[in-house]
Every structure is written in C-alpha cells, then in structure tokens.
Write a protein that binds this ligand. Structure first.
Ligand code: HEC
Ligand code: HEC
Length: 373
C-alpha cells in the first residue's frame, strides 16, 4: 500500500503554543508550589464542577477538546517548503542503506516505523553493531515537525541540520560526505530524482538534508483512542484511563511538562534519570544549575509501544517510569521543581498506565521504496 501524503497546509510557526496557552501563562506567573493546585482547579473547570467525567458538562468537554485538538496541518519552514518530489526523494533516502559506509544501515534502522519510529533498543546501535559512545537511545521521530529543538539535549536547531550528522559519524552510518555525494551522483535514478525535486545542478549535501527533513516532517502520530474521546466519543477510553487522565493533570503533575496534543513542552528538565558526567543540556550551559542532567521532555504519543524508556533506555517499563516519579526523582540542586514525591497508590499507578495506553494511535503503513541503482 502506498503511504498517503498528508494534507499540507502551510503556516509559518508551530501551533503547539496554542495548546494550554492560557494555563501556561498563568503557571509561569505563579510560584511552583501553586502549580499543581492551579492545574487541578483548571481541570475541574474544564471538566465541569465536581470533576466527574461522566457528568462533565457539554461546555466543559468542548473546552477540553480545544486544548487537545490536533493541529490541522504540518508546519513546513519557508526555506524548505513541501513538494511531492522532495518528499518522495526523502522517503527513498531515509530507507536506503546506501547512506551507510558498508551499505548495511539506514535512518530506518534506528527510526523504524514498525517500532514507533525508534528501534526498541536501550542504546542506539551503529554500523559496527556497537552501541554509540554517546550512550543515547534512538528517539521516536513521531511529530518531529513540531519539535523546536532536536536531540535529547536540544543541540540541533532544525531537522535539516540533524540529517548529515548520523550519516558521516564514523560510529553511526560511517559514510564520509564526499563519498555520499559520489555514490548518489553515480546512480542515474538518484540524479534524476534530485533534478525533479530541486531542478538541475547536481547533488549537494543541503539537498540531501532538505529532502530527508521534508519526509521526516510527515511522520505524525495518528488517531488514538484518546483523540476519539477528546473529539466527543465517551466510550473511546475506559473509566480507568479517564481517572488516569485526571491524575496526569492533577495529583501526579505530569501535564506540567507533558502538555498539549503531543504531550511535551519541548523543554528540558532534570527528572532524576541521569548521573555522573551524563549532564544532558548542562553540556551546552555549564554554568546553569537547573540544566545539569536536564533532557528533553519526550512526546508521550505511542509511548506504550516504545520501551525501554528515557534518553539512556534505563527504565524498561512504564511502571518503572511511574515509580521514578513517585519517588520524586533524585534530590539534588538541578531537580526540576515539579518533581517531588507523589504518594501514588497502586491503583493510581495502574490508572496512569491505562491512560498512557490510550495514546497509541494507528500504526503507520509505510511502503519501503524501490531504491534507484
Ligand atoms: C544508530 C542509530 C541511528 C541512526 C542510523 C540514525 N539515527 Fe537519528 N537518532 C539516533 C539517536 C541516538 C538520536 C539522539 C541523538 C542525540 O540526542 O544526540 C537521534 C536523533 C535524531 C533526530 C532528533 C529527534 C528528536 O526528537 O530530537 C532526528 C530528526 C534524527 N535522529 C533523524 C535521523 C536521520 C534523518 C537519519 C538518517 C540520515 C538518522 N536519524 C539515523 C539514532 C540514529
Ligand atoms: C518536570 C517535567 C516533567 C514532569 C512533571 C513529568 N515528566 Fe515525564 N519526562 C520528562 C523528561 C525531561 C523526560 C525525559 C528524561 C530523560 O530521558 O532523561 C520524561 C520522560 C517520560 C517518559 C519516557 C518517555 C520516553 O519515550 O522515554 C514517560 C513515559 C513519562 N515521562 C511520563 C510521565 C508521567 C506519567 C508523569 C507524571 C507522573 C511525568 N512524565 C511527569 C519531564 C517530565
């Protein structure tokens, strides 16, 4: 089956900030101790007095729907607008092992659509079958079009600039840039695909980057039971999941960071995973106390399919993740103010997991392309 190209609406900036914006503005202006109370109050407001989901008023539900409505289209930057030819070329390059030195690995080896666009491994494995020395786990590429800063520590500014790094890195795909250009240029099918996407003028690294980025922007989470519930189907998720959603926004405080339709604030926090010299964003801001051990808040879309968890793959299951939060992470100066002991009961933990499971959407049907040779 050919994968449908998503509807394309062009708008300059991300819609992420629309979600929860009124709540976030309020939160930013008040001390952290009041945040949970405010979130709980906000949730009660959204769901109607009494907080009962069953009894939630029409108006409350409509407000809730707006907070979680998925964006209408994909934000393509002005400098790298969508075109069908660029998307097709990017899709081929993404899956083609010709971009690895020994022709054994492709982007899709680590960002595999069948594994929720990650690889199911605790640490990413490079061309020589050894884990990368960074010790990082392969992140999902779901919804990357909306991610303002890329990489676990946010050191990449845009999708275009992430593309060439893994190709040329000796321990990753191990293909020198010049060899990449020669290899691709020697194949008439590639030469004509680049011409179709960018006009005549030969194959260059920026063209490879733009094509890959255009394909990656199409990688989106699709209709999950949670979305159907938000859009008004009261039976789309279980009672346990509804209680979990209330905890997520209330007592457990998860929505302070996992906010909006993609369940991320796209920011960086120490939640107590890293230690020693694995300082995350602290490497870029050595004088910052709060950014030591801070990593990017990952999307929770499809999260139940994507263990092991965290930037270093150190937590095998969702139950382990919730236990970490329940313990309050690690008490140290960099700990995020939102992280503290939660006092969750066993049934609370089960409800939170039931809710997280409702975020798994339709699986992507991606046709592996025919590679030009
Ligand atoms: C060996 C496994 C591996 C391969 C192959 C690989 N990646 Fe990755 N990818 C990773 C890891 C690990 C990270 C996290 C890196 C970091 O945070 O510094 C990552 C991060 C990314 C990100 C940032 C995602 C985010 O949410 O921050 C993008 C985009 C990406 N890779 C695209 C690609 C593309 C395009 C290719 C092919 C040219 C590719 N990757 C090949 C392992 C891999
Ligand atoms: C202070 C911000 C913050 C709060 C509050 C928070 N998270 Fe997170 N979450 C993060 C960050 C940052 C990471 C990634 C940390 C890392 O990789 O080292 C993360 C990772 C996760 C992961 C792993 C996802 C993956 O792909 O690896 C899950 C699941 C998760 N959080 C669920 C929750 C739940 C459930 C709660 C509430 C109990 C919660 N989070 C509260 C910031 C937060």
């Amino acid at each position: 089956m050919r994968r449908a190209v998503p509807d394309v609406f062009l708008y300059g900036s991300s819609t992420r900030n629309d979600k929860w914006s009124f709540m976030r503005t309020a939160l930013r202006q008040c001390p952290s101790v009041r945040k949970v109370a405010l979130l709980t109050a906000g949730l009660a407001l959204l769901l109607g007095a009494g907080g009962s989901f069953v009894a939630a008023g029409e108006a409350g539900l409509r407000t809730l729907q707006t907070q979680y409505r998925r964006p209408a289209g994909i934000p393509y930057p002005k400098e790298d607008q969508f075109s069908r030819a660029k998307y097709e070329l990017g899709r081929i390059l993404f899956f083609d092992p010709i971009l690895s030195g020994a022709k054994v690995r492709s982007c899709s080896s680590c960002h595999n659509p069948g594994l929720s666009w990650a690889d199911g491994q605790p640490r990413a494995i490079g061309e020589d079958q050894k884990p990368l020395s960074s010790g990082m786990r392969s992140p999902t590429l779901l919804n990357v079009a909306w991610t303002p800063k890329l990489g676990w520590d946010g050191h990449f500014q845009d999708l275009e600039s992430v593309a060439i790094g893994p190709i040329t890195s000796p321990e990753n795909m191990n293909l020198p840039e010049q060899t990449m250009l020669e290899r691709l240029s020697a194949i008439p099918g590639y030469a004509s695909a680049f011409d179709a996407a960018f006009g005549k003028g030969g194959i260059t690294t920026p063209k490879v980057e733009e094509a890959l980025a255009t394909f990656e922007r199409s990688i989106m989470s699709r209709g999950a039971p949670f979305d159907r519930w938000v859009m008004g189907d009261p039976n789309a998720i279980s009672a346990a999941a509804k209680r979990g959603f209330a905890l997520f926004n209330g007592k457990a405080g998860c929505a302070a960071c996992h906010s909006g339709w993609a369940f991320t604030d796209a920011s960086f926090h120490d939640i107590g995973v890293a230690k020693d010299d694995d300082v995350g964003r602290g490497r870029l801001f050595p004088s910052s106390v709060k950014l030591k051990y801070a990593f990017k808040t990952p999307t929770l879309r499809d999260v139940a399919r994507r263990g092991p968890y965290m930037h270093d793959g150190s937590l095998p299951t969702l139950a382990d993740v919730i236990d970490l939060y329940n313990r309050g992470g690690v008490d140290r100066p960099s700990r995020d103010p939102e992280i503290h002991q939660l006092g969750l009961l066993p049934e609370d933990k089960a409800d939170l997991i039931a809710f997280l499971q409702t975020l798994s959407g339709q699986r992507d049907q991606v046709e592996v392309p025919v590679f030009p040779r």
